[in-house]
Ligand binder design. Structure first.
Ligand code: GLY
Length: 441
């Protein structure tokens, strides 16, 4: 009966808490959260509220509660070095050290690593710390992507066609990014369909999980501003209908090679989740970015399907013995939708922006699963914050049945909220399939 520490307070961590508590090992869950997530709190024997940069408080909480190992949800504590702080206290973690988390926290680190070890998947790219040579490189690309070199909560990437059109606009944005973050990555833009491949990794062995497609844009039809993710779906065969088996193998192979390169480069094994954001193109699979954690919302698609004991998986990740464990998932479809404040992602001054911080009521979500994210539980009920509020997940034998469960579930959340209607619909999936057919010729 191990004492397990979970760090994080979002819907992703609520799904992780649930996966931990389903374990046959009957663990006791201790949760360290930035804000009180009622779902995680209900599953925990003890919770502590504190900042993710307060490493002393995290280590003290872990020590006081005789934690056997920690599982880290979000990128912020990883970037702050929480794993490096827990290790000397004798507490191992599922999550990379600060240095290895650069896979997510430094886009230039990852691009340079992939290039140095001749791993496939990189676009044409250059890293700049001044404007010198930027214009020339912009002129050499057919389509442009601009990225600040640091954590951006999934919202910092600027894509030609979506966020700007001309090269002059790109140059102005490069100037702004350099002023803000000091380092800029300019990349070639790819045309294709994106997919999330979340891999479990013990430093040597890479185990893939069911593929998921996330929806970054705020509104139906992939319109509006980029968000942290409005929802996601997965299929019972654990692939996506616009992908070929070779696409999955290419994504896995890139991740295997990156795992080996990280070990060579840093001398330390990467233990945790390596979530690759990939894009299938006419020239094969390309790497958009890595995250050093589960996806949010994508964790809610895969963790409820896990048949293998999650605590067992964590132990094997820590011991470096993932090759000895068979990891299995139920062959079901999932549709996850985030219920967000109506004002989420909208510019200040928009009439709906005022809907944040309002009170909400959660009724009967039927067969759907409910994962709390940024909600504030007060004595008189639940309140929205400015971010994504509740993840609703339908699980069924077919995508359509899963979507119907989710559609019913989201309607149970009453208040000034919004969600995307189109996630998991036939029309949307067909659009993705047609897009890939056209690209592949
Ligand atoms: N699904 C986007 C993210 O987790 O970063």
């Amino acid at each position: 009966m191990p004492n397990i520490l979970l760090i994080g307070n979002g819907a992703r961590e609520h799904a992780m808490a649930e996966a931990i508590m389903r374990s046959g090992k009957k663990p006791f869950l201790f949760s360290y959260m930035k804000a009180n997530n009622p779902g995680i709190a209900a599953l925990s024997v003890k919770t502590k509220i504190g900042g993710y940069s307060d490493l002393e408080a995290i280590v003290l909480f872990a020590r006081e509660n005789k934690i056997e190992f920690a599982v880290i949800g979000p990128e912020d504590p990883l970037n702050n070095g929480v794993v490096d702080a827990l290790t000397p206290a004798g507490i191992p973690a599922v999550g990379p050290t600060k240095s290895l988390a650069r896979l997510e926290t430094s886009k230039s680190f990852t691009r340079n690593l992939v290039a140095k070890y001749n791993i496939p998947g990189n676009p044409q790219f250059k890293v700049f710390t001044s404007l010198e040579g930027v214009e020339e490189f912009l002129n050499s690309l057919d389509g442009i992507v601009l990225k600040p070199d640091g954590l951006t909560g999934g919202k910092g990437v600027l894509v030609q066609g979506d966020h700007f059109t001309s090269r002059q606009e790109a140059l102005d944005l490069c100037r702004q990014i350099l002023t803000g973050s000091g380092s800029l990555i300019v990349e070639e833009k790819f045309d294709g369909e994106e997919f999330s491949l979340q891999c479990l990794c013990d430093g040597k062995t890479v185990a893939g999980t069911p593929l998921v497609q996330d929806h970054k844009r705020r509104f139906d039809g992939d319109r509006g501003p980029n968000t942290g993710g409005m929802g996601s779906y997965s299929f019972p065969d654990h692939s996506l209908p616009f992908l070929k088996p070779s696409d999955i193998e290419e994504g896995l192979e890139i991740t295997r090679q990156v795992t080996a390169a990280l070990l060579k480069e840093t001398g330390s094994p990467y233990k945790g989740v390596m979530y690759g954001g990939f894009i299938a193109t006419k020239n094969g699979v390309k790497l958009l970015e890595y995250n050093a954690r589960f996806g949010d919302p994508e964790a809610m698609n895969i963790l409820p399907l896990l048949k293998t004991d999650f605590v067992e998986i964590c132990k094997h990740i820590i011991a470096g013995t993932l090759d000895r464990l068979k990891i299995e998932f139920e062959k079901k479809a999932t549709v996850c939708k985030y219920v967000v404040p109506k004002g989420y992602g909208l510019p200040a001054g928009h009439p709906d922006a005022a809907s944040s911080k309002a009170k909400i009521e959660v009724g009967d979500v039927g067969k759907a699963r409910l994962y709390y994210s940024s909600v504030d539980k007060k004595e008189d009920g639940l309140y929205l914050s400015s971010s994504r509020a509740i993840g609703i997940v339908g699980i069924a034998d077919t995508l359509d049945a899963a979507r119907r469960i989710t559609a019913k579930g989201v309607k149970a959340v009453k208040g000034p909220v919004a969600y995307r209607e189109d996630i998991g619909t036939d029309a949307l999936i067909q659009k993705r399939i047609e897009h890939m057919k056209k690209i592949r010729g």
